[in-house]
Design a protein around this ligand. Sequence first.
Ligand SMILES: Nc1nc2c(ncn2[C@@H]2O[C@H](COP(=O)(O)OP(=O)(O)OP(=O)(O)O)[C@@H](O)[C@H]2O)c(=O)[nH]1
Ligand SMILES: [Mg+2]
Length: 266
Amino acid sequence: MAFVNYTTGNLAIKIVYYGPGLSGKTTNLRYIYTNMDADFRGELICLETDTERTLFFDLLPIKAGVINDFKIHLQLMTVPGQVFYESSRRSVLKGVDGIVFVADSQIPLLDANLESFDNLRKHLLDQDMDLNAIPLVFQYNKRDLENLVPVETFNSLLNPHGLPYIESCAIKGIGVFETLKQITKQAIPRVKEKITAKESRFVRRGRMKVKRKEEVEVPGVKEEIAFAAKEESAPIRMTKVKFKSQEDIEKELENLAKEFTSRGKK
Ligand SMILES: Nc1nc2c(ncn2[C@@H]2O[C@H](COP(=O)(O)OP(=O)(O)OP(=O)(O)O)[C@@H](O)[C@H]2O)c(=O)[nH]1
Ligand SMILES: [Mg+2]
């Protein structure tokens, strides 16, 4: 669930990039980082092994714009795809507001994609979340390679409900910003709904205007965001944390989520 701080006027929305190992999740975040105006994004935090595989998660905070006077922050996170990092994936999914499923389009990896998708469904169910009720976008990545799973096959196996999907080549940035736009377009109205429903139980609180019990406005949340991409890529500077205990990571994840919403008091 998104974190809202009515005193600072900040709203943090958590978007998780999920998918099998090496499908290109971290590559998406790196591309966004290097191609986004530095004023609009924070540092890229990567917790990875010596071989650059994601160990716990990657995190990229993004200021998605001020709408009216509500500041929207996106927390883009990836899970580690390697099968044995189950507990890290579970932790990262806590409180998720939107999911990008990054599939690897190479035919030999079809089963790995399906397993990862089942794994996602299972982790969400364990946390009482229904995959069908969460904003979801598919990214069929590595379309530059040969021997590819046809898009129709992916759609019939992973995406029978016809949700948005993007064919991408994340290393070249093709489809990366389009994916981000699609998921925020879905996630923002949902977050707005949830907050409205939740807060309607309370009377006047900070910046919320309560008219009648069920008629509550969350100021400044609109459905679509224009990302401030720039023409030249920035050199990548990221904070790499090599080793931490699972417990430390869990705490860090919670703090990070809260931290964004408490920044920049008005
Ligand atoms: N050819 C090609 N390679 C890609 C593409 N996207 C990512 N890669 C490469 O695939 C490899 C894995 O990419 P990552 O982004 O690290 O994969 P990941 O999903 O974060 O992997 P884990 O952290 O282990 O789960 C890297 O060598 C990338 O350069 C693509 O669109 N085309
Ligand atoms: Mg990764």
